[in-house]
Each structure stands twice: as structure tokens, then as C-alpha cells.
Design a protein around this ligand. Structure first.
Ligand SMILES: Cc1ncc(COP(=O)(O)O)c(C=O)c1O
Length: 502
């Protein structure tokens, strides 16, 4: 029932205040101790006559704020769930800020701050907010960085492998693309730098290492990250007394959907950190395929987590952005946060304000999109797994997947990416040619389902994907339409290829 203005609403507010005057379980101070008596008596008190609706609203606001503040002190710390946090990502929030709360008509959706420079006050001092020049700081970028930094720390104390303060935000840095984030991270490492990268990894990572970093003394080696003995040996063989050894995890991997046990890898690294005289050993997880509502690598002792925000975080195939969050609880994470901040400012591969704003808007629906994408991916994987023209289906949610147990433990959902293999490259290309609803394009994480023949996009000299492998980024369409599209495409492709070879 809509509340009418005037006496009725005032009485309702007064009753609400009167209720709050009883000590709240989370609040040792009662309303009467929070407010001067005069506040209730001038326009009358909750136990007596009237107060104006604006006074009631203001009083309720202040009381609620006090309750929330006290909650932090007296009860076990409580934090909103991931879904709630995502739904409000980047929204302007006056709550708790005395000055701002007086401005009730501030915009809910944040403005896009395009200014590249910020005027100094006549005294010449810059404010404490660090707003000088937008390469070093931009308000819209900072909103996104804080929102992601908060999400990456949104785990229960019981899920963390260490003690942490629930109010902590992971220091986070937004870049102009996922690859700009990768490059900035490497630039932030003291040399000599060596990376141990997974055998199955987004091909852009080795391409960047070969094309842009190999001549600058950065070396790398491919390791099977799902084989912990091999990893232990590789670290032991490569660790040096100086420089940086980066253990690079990508899970699930692109394109084979291999799942790496993040905590187990961090344990192996920690063991070696303790037993050897060495330079830095840094753990980095590219969690692009498992956004924060699926996996939180910082809860599993990782030093740095990275995303191509171009994918799920943006979520609409219209943003190019990368983001890296550093653990505030590992020594390496704190160290990297300082270095990455310096590289972000000095190199300047920063995300633009518009891209940051679009990513913030994308975040607000991330959980719903990803939930639906994961449900549909599971159904499509089950369908493809048993299909007569499909040789192999790679999806962490299938019980036949080699790392199913790890995926179940580490991921809250199994992801929206499915890869499957048909018997030849020719057949794979024919399937891609025959889809009708599914779109033929690279990239992933958008609302539309995409199909891609992976091997043909990889540099010819370093093809690692099986020739018959097709990668699906599952979107938000009706899954029955997608299933039908694949069913017809597989049948048509098979007819074309097999008729031609008969
Ligand atoms: C796992 C992974 N990491 C990083 C990237 C690079 O991101 P961007 O295209 O935003 O540079 C991609 C791109 O496809 C990716 O799939």
C-alpha cells in the first residue's frame, strides 16, 4: 500500500523511530542516547504527537547509520553477498558520509568523468584524493577499481586460507585491455624475469612474450599446471637468487577448459619459497573464464588475480579493458600493488573513463548473466558429450572431465565456456559455416553465443589447439534454440564433408 503524506506517514515514521528506541541487538546505544531529547519533543516525540516527515526521514537515516556503524564493532562482521554487491557496483553512495548525505539528489548512476586534468586550489596543494591528471587517477576508473577490489575480497572468513579484515579492498588497477594488464604486470617485475606459463593458455600470452618481451630478457617455459610434481620441479630448476619467477595460472584454460588447483599451486610455491634462497616467486591467476561470482583466487593465497574485463565483466562485447587485483594479505601482493601502481601511472596503459563506466554497468548484472550462461553451458556440454559427430567435449562440469573434482571445489559454477572436438579441421570449419543463431566471432563472455575454430586464429608457428576443436562462448539465448542450432549445424556439416569425400 502506498504511503500517504501528512499525518499517516509521520505516524508511521514516528512508530519506526519508537521501535528503534529500544536497544537493537546490534546496537548498544538506544535511539534516545543517539539523539538529543529536544529532537523528538519540538515537533513531538514518538511516544506522543507529531514530527515532520523530513525530520523523521533524517532521524531514521541517522539512526540506521549508527546501527550499521555499531554492527561492525559489536557483532561478528557482516558483509553483503556477492549478488548484492554486484547489483550496486559503482552506484553513488552517500550513506554514512555526513556531508554527502545532505545532498539527497545526487545521481545514482555515477557520472563519466572525462576530465584529464584537475584544477589545484589557490593554495597550490593537491587534495588527498590524488586527483591531478587522469593517467595517474580518474574518478570513474577509481570507482571500477574499488568495486572490483571489493568483489575479489568477497569471501567468508571460513573460506580464506588466512586471516583477513573483511573491510579490506584489494588494490586494483584497470588497464586498456587484458593484454595491457599482462604487459604492465611483467614490466612491474624486477629482472631477470622468467614466466612459467601453462601448456594450455590464451595464445595472446605466449605471443606477447615472444613478440614483445623476449628481446628484453624476459624468458618463459610451458608447464602442465595440473601436474604438481612437474610444477615443483620446474620451479626448483628455474628459481634464481635474484629477479622474478612468475608462476602463471589460467583456469579454466583457453581453449581446453583445463582446471588448475589454485590453492595447491600456491602451496607448492610457498613450500619452495621457504626452502630456498631465491628472488621473488610470484603467483598470478588469469581468472577471465571464472569471474568473481565463480572463483575468488585471492581467497586461495594467490598474489595477483587478473581479468580481461573485455569478457564477462563488461559482458556485452563492447568494452576493451583489463584489470588486476593484488592480494592485500600476501607480502608479494602488497609489493606488487606498489609496483603496479607505479607502472600504471608511468606507462599509462590505463582504461578509458567510458570503458570503466561500461564495465561498472556490466558488473551490475554479472551474477545473473553468468548464472544463466553456466546453466546453458552445462546443458550444451551434456548434449555435445553424447553426440555422434563429436569426438570429445571439454567442460569442467562434466563428470568425465579430468579435473571435475577440483572444479567442484574451486568454482561455484562451472563456467560459460565449452570446447568440443570433431574429427577434422574441415568438419569443424563446416560446422562453423552452418550455424544460424550462433555467431562466428572470436572473444567471449557476451550476451550472444559465439563459436570459434581456435587453431586457425592461433599464430601458425605456435598452434596448440587440436585442429578439430571448436570453442563456444555460451550466451543468454534460449538453450533449446542453441541446441537445435548445433544439432542442425553438425548434421549439415557432416553431410557436406562426407558427401564430398565419398
Ligand atoms: C584468458 C584470457 N586472458 C587474457 C585475454 C586478453 O584480453 P584482451 O583481449 O582484453 O586484451 C584473453 C582474450 O581473449 C583471454 O581469453
Amino acid at each position: 500500500m502506498a504511503m500517504r503524506s501528512g499525518t499517516t506517514s509521520s505516524n508511521a515514521c514516528a512508530r519506526a523511530i519508537a521501535q528503534h528506541r529500544r536497544p537493537h541487538p546490534c546496537n548498544r546505544a538506544s535511539a534516545s542516547s543517539l539523539y538529543p531529547h529536544a529532537m523528538f519533543t519540538s515537533s513531538s516525540s514518538p511516544s506522543g504527537g507529531e514530527i515532520s516527515s523530513s525530520v523523521a526521514g533524517r532521524a531514521a537515516f541517522e539512526l540506521r547509520r549508527k546501527i550499521e556503524e555499531n554492527k561492525g564493532q559489536v557483532s561478528s562482521r557482516w558483509r553483503t553477498s556477492m549478488a548484492t554487491q554486484l547489483s550496486h557496483a559503482g552506484l553513488s553512495k552517500n550513506y554514512g558520509d555526513e556531508e554527502k548525505s545532505k545532498k539527497f539528489n545526487s545521481p545514482l548512476s555515477p557520472p563519466i568523468e572525462l576530465a584529464t586534468t584537475f584544477e589545484r586550489p589557490p593554495s597550490g596543494e593537491y587534495g588527498v584524493d590524488g586527483l591531478i591528471y587522469s593517467r595517474s587517477c580518474n574518478p570513474t576508473r577509481r570507482l571500477l577499481e574499488d568495486a572490483v577490489g571489493r568483489l575479489e575480497m568477497n569471501f567468508k572468513e571460513s573460506d580464506a586460507s588466512y586471516e583477513y579484515d573483511q573491510d579490506t579492498i584489494a588494490p586494483t588497477f584497470a588497464f586498456s585491455s587484458g593484454m595491457a594488464a599482462v604487459a604492465s604486470l611483467i614490466l612491474a617485475c624486477p629482472s631477470p624475469v622468467k614466466l612459467l606459463i601453462p601448456k594450455d593458455v590464451y595464445h595472446g600470452v605466449p605471443t606477447q612474450l615472444y613478440n614483445s618481451f623476449s628481446e628484453h630478457g624476459v624468458s618463459h617455459e610451458s608447464v602442465d599446471m595440473t601436474n604438481l610434481n612437474e610444477l615443483y620441479q620446474e620451479i626448483e630448476d628455474n628459481v634464481r637468487s635474484d629477479g622474478t619467477l612468475v608462476v602463471w595460472v589460467e583456469t579454466p584454460s583457453n581453449p581446453l577448459c583445463q582446471v588448475t588447483d589454485i590453492q595447491a599451486v600456491c602451496n607448492v610455491v610457498e613450500k619452495l619459497r621457504r626452502h630456498k634462497d631465491h628472488g621473488r616467486i610470484l603467483t598470478v591467476v588469469d581468472s577471465t573464464w571464472a569471474p568473481p561470482c565463480i572463483t575468488l583466487p585471492l581467497s586461495l593465497s594467490t598474489d595477483v588475480v587478473l581479468h580481461s574485463g573485455t569478457k564477462y565483466l563488461g559482458g556485452h562485447s563492447d568494452v576493451l579493458l583489463g584489470i588486476a587485483s593484488c592480494s592485500p594479505t600476501t607480502e608479494n601482493g602488497r609489493w606488487m600493488a606498489q609496483r603496479l601502481r607505479a607502472v600504471q601511472t608511468s606507462v599509462g596503459a590505463v582504461a578509458s573513463p567510458l570503458e570503466c563506466w561500461l564495465t561498472l554497468r556490466g558488473l551490475r548484472t554479472l551474477h545473473l548473466r553468468v548464472e544463466r550462461q553456466c546453466q546453458s553451458a552445462m546443458k550444451l556440454a551434456e548434449y555435445l558429450h553424447g553426440h555422434q559427430h563429436v569426438v570429445k567435449c571439454h567442460y569442467p562440469g562434466l563428470k568425465s572431465h579430468p579435473q571435475y573434482a577440483v572444479a567442484k571445489e574451486q568454482m561455484s559454477m562451472f563456467g560459460g565456456m565449452v570446447s568440443f572436438e570433431v574429427e577434422s579441421e574441415t568438419l569443424a570449419m563446416a560446422v562453423v559455416g552452418a550455424v544460424h543463431i550462433i555467431r562466428r566471432a572470436t572473444s567471449l563472455g557476451g550476451t550472444e553465443t559465439l563459436i570459434e575454430h581456435r587453431a586457425s586464429i592461433e599464430p601458425p608457428e605456435r598452434r596448440t589447439s587440436p585442429p578439430g576443436l571448436l570453442r563456444l562462448s555460451v550466451g543468454l539465448e534460449d538453450v533449446e534454440d542453441l541446441k537445435h542450432d548445433l544439432e542442425v549445424a553438425l548434421e549439415v556439416a557432416s553431410q557436406i564433408v562426407h558427401t564430398a569425400t565419398e
